[in-house]
Design a protein around this ligand. Sequence first.
Ligand SMILES: [Zn+2]
Ligand SMILES: [Zn+2]
Length: 227
Amino acid sequence: MILKDKLFSAFFPSITVCIGCKTKVEDISLPLCNSCHKEVDYYNLETICYRCGRVYHGGKCPAPNIGKVMALAPYRGYWKEALNLFKFKNNRYLAEGFSKKAVSFLPNHIMEDIDLITFVPVTAQGLKERGFDQSYLLAKKLSKKTNIPYINSLVKNDTRSPQRFLDRRERFKNWDGVITVVNKDKIKGKKLLILDDVYTTGSTLFHCANALKGAGAIEITAFTLAN
Ligand SMILES: [Zn+2]
Ligand SMILES: [Zn+2]
């Protein structure tokens, strides 16, 4: 593909057949037809654990510094495929479809209480490899759809050693200097909604929330596309 075509397909809907059944997609802002879409297990906010965004499990979860953690659906099946097409295959136009889903999922009573939308940024290296920041795009789209301003509040400078060789204390220490807060004056005293693409262990969001609260944010709510 020549560069011009590549750019075109990144910004404009280019996947017109369903990733599940290969029939034509009705709403091309996501690569799923209505029928395959029904197979995505969207969470129901009445039955989730607000500490991790998964179906309530009575367990002890991380992220005690985040008021609520919500996710759209589990990171599996068609949802995972769609997300990977967005994140790794440069289909940045899919931010539109995902943000639409986010708007219909996030309840008004929670959104009414949010002052600013922010996001977990990719590292400079990640940006170089991928060419764009998926969570930034989501924040921008969600901001436009909800009229809540978005802000660039974090810089991620990932120089960590692989976590698997470290014990608990070393793992925590390993995060030193990874997350830096920018625009501190603008987040002071504010309630933030922080976006990320996938929630796995929650440690990234935990450290971001710590940094934001350290800089004066008063409440953090987290939302991810999958977990
Ligand atoms: Zn289908
Ligand atoms: Zn939980």
